[in-house]
Write a protein that binds this ligand. Structure first.
Ligand code: HEM
Length: 500
């Protein structure tokens, strides 16, 4: 006769408990559900690597609350496809280049799937939730915002904003402190000025910047999903309202400025957009309200703020830890700027800085800000000859192994910008491996702008400051807060550069 220890303590045996009919039924239903859960998991998992059984109900919930690089890498290295389950959502992880790309280039079988709370925070009507033909058409209308002509306008704004922040940094970084928050503020100010120009006041950039961290936190993989006051999601919704108020005003002002004066030159992304929409040759949709334009700009802010801050902070860390590379960046800056560091940067000057571009590319490869992007199978999806992903599963293509593939990137865990200098070199000859920006129809639309921004900030910082890194035991540890950050925030001391 088998009795549970709790039953003994309470003076009850399992037999007696099971004689209570409703308790027996509940118990039987629970056992049946648990058996079903395991059976479905095993049927879906088939031969793929992953836990043999799933923890009832929660699965690998604990891992997703505190994601670590170590755990992720264990999963990616367990096979090109591996599985897990969290809260009964069946997850297939793809770590090889072939499978990651296959997922991202199969819009008929999969769609991007942001975290549960994303629609409440970013609003369901946001274009980033579109898929298929409607997505392609909407996105086509936005490419005019990232042409070379448009980027030329943005360079001047990026350069000016960076200089203004560096004037403060020279005071603030006279002794070592984490660069993380300053980099995030600089990034936010630059993005808002590029997107909205002078159509929003300085106080708006401060207000949006101050509250934006709520959005970052609420878009992590695991969050309490309901927007009760005090929760991350609630706070993020308030932050979105603040941002949207200012961005809507900016869209309105941009229309006034551009439509009332035919000769007015665009001074920011919104102006550029208004000008394109007003062009009789433009055949796409033209009737965007102020709110709709603001929501698109908000999507750019959301897509850029965390990823670009991460890229920038690791850019600083990689450069300061490789003084020979930093010296080469300085040599190139000196050559192109001809010793005149006050002259505003132009896109042509950036074209003449191949080494800096290689540094940015390599830094993003070595520590990609975005490790993976979740997708969802909208129907059964035959990903490999011997495996079909069941409809409704989550698919997570990861970029890390593609970016550290030793046959494409010899010494994959070293910082070697020179690998990008030879157009015939193995890195440049295998662009499919460079998945920093994703792949397929949802590939990052702001990649040129992001690369330019990192180049401008790092190039100017190399010319302006002498850098020292106060390394700590946490410098090489990685925190994953939506994107990746060095755990100690990268502690830098920046002093005015003494040119030899
Ligand atoms: C270092 C900085 C950045 C990184 C690493 C990055 C990376 C990515 C990645 C991995 C994706 C998903 C691609 C996919 O699903 O295939 C993405 C999408 C996107 N990114 Fe970026 N991004 C960065 C900066 C930016 C910036 C500055 C902007 C805007 C100005 C931007 C706008 C977008 C948008 C709108 C999407 C969604 C595109 C779509 O669904 O069609 N990103 N980005």
């Amino acid at each position: 006769m088998c009795s549970s220890p709790i039953g003994f303590k309470l003076g009850l045996s399992i037999d007696r408990l099971l004689n209570i009919p409703w308790l027996a039924t509940t118990f039987a239903v629970l056992i049946a559900l648990l058996v079903l859960e395991q059976t479905f998991y095993r049927l879906k998992k088939r031969h793929l690597p992953g836990p043999a059984w799933t923890i009832p109900l929660i699965g690998r919930f604990a891992d997703s609350v505190h994601p670590t690089m170590e755990n992720y890498r264990k999963g990616w290295d367990s096979g090109p496809l591996s599985v897990a389950s969290v809260f009964n959502i069946f997850i297939v992880m793809a770590s090889s280049n072939e499978y990651a790309r296959k997922i991202m280039n199969s819009p008929l079988q999969v769609e991007p799937c942001l975290v549960h709370s994303a629609k409440s925070i970013l609003l369901p009507e946001n274009w980033i939730f579109l898929n298929g033909k409607t997505h392609v058409e909407f996105r086509r209308g936005l490419t005019a915002l990232f042409t070379r002509k448009a980027l030329g306008i943005y360079v001047a704004i990026q350069d000016k904003t960076t200089r203004a922040h560096f004037a403060q940094w020279s005071q603030e970084f006279s002794s070592a402190k984490p660069i993380m928050w300053n980099a995030r503020h600089l990034n936010m100010a630059t993005s808002l000025r590029v997107f909205c120009g002078s159509h929003i006041p300085d106080e708006a950039t401060r207000e949006i910047g101050d509250t934006y961290w709520h959005i970052t936190k609420a878009l992590q993989l695991v969050n309490f999903p309901f927007a009760f006051p005090g929760t991350n999601v609630y706070n993020a919704i308030q932050s979105r309202k603040v941002a949207m108020r200012w961005l809507t005003l900016a869209a309105h002002r941009s229309k006034l400025a551009m439509l009332n004066a035919d000769s007015a030159e665009p001074t920011c992304l919104l102006d550029q957009w208004v000008r394109v929409l007003a062009d009789p040759a433009y055949k796409g949709r033209k009737d965007f309200t102020d709110e709709e334009m603001a929501l698109v700009v908000f999507s750019f802010l959301f897509a850029s703020q965390d990823a670009m801050s991460s890229g920038l902070i690791y850019g600083f860390q990689h450069l300061v830890d490789h003084p020979a590379v930093l010296d080469k960046v300085r040599d190139e800056q000196d050559r192109v700027r001809k010793g005149n560091y006050e002259t505003p940067l132009t896109i042509e000057m950036l074209d003449d800085m191949p080494y800096l571009r290689a540094v940015v590319k390599e830094s993003l490869r070595l520590q990609p800000p975005v490790l993976m992007v979740p997708y969802k199978a909208t129907k059964d999806f035959k990903i490999a000859d011997d495996y079909t992903v069941p409809s409704g599963s989550m698919l997570i293509p990861s970029f890390y192994n593609s970016l550290h593939e030793s046959s494409v990137y010899p010494m994959p865990f070293s910082f070697v910008p020179d690998r990008w200098l030879d157009p015939d070199g193995v890195a440049n000859q295998n662009p499919k491996n460079y998945m920093v920006w994703g792949s397929g129809p949802h590939k990052c639309i702001g990649l040129e702008y992001a690369m330019m921004n990192m180049a401008i900030v790092l190039g100017l910082a190399a010319s302006t400051f002498d850098w020292e890194h106060e390394r700590t035991p946490n410098s090489d540890k990685i925190d994953i807060i939506a994107t990746c950050f060095p755990r100690d925030g990268c502690r830098l001391k920046l002093t005015p550069r003494k040119v030899a």
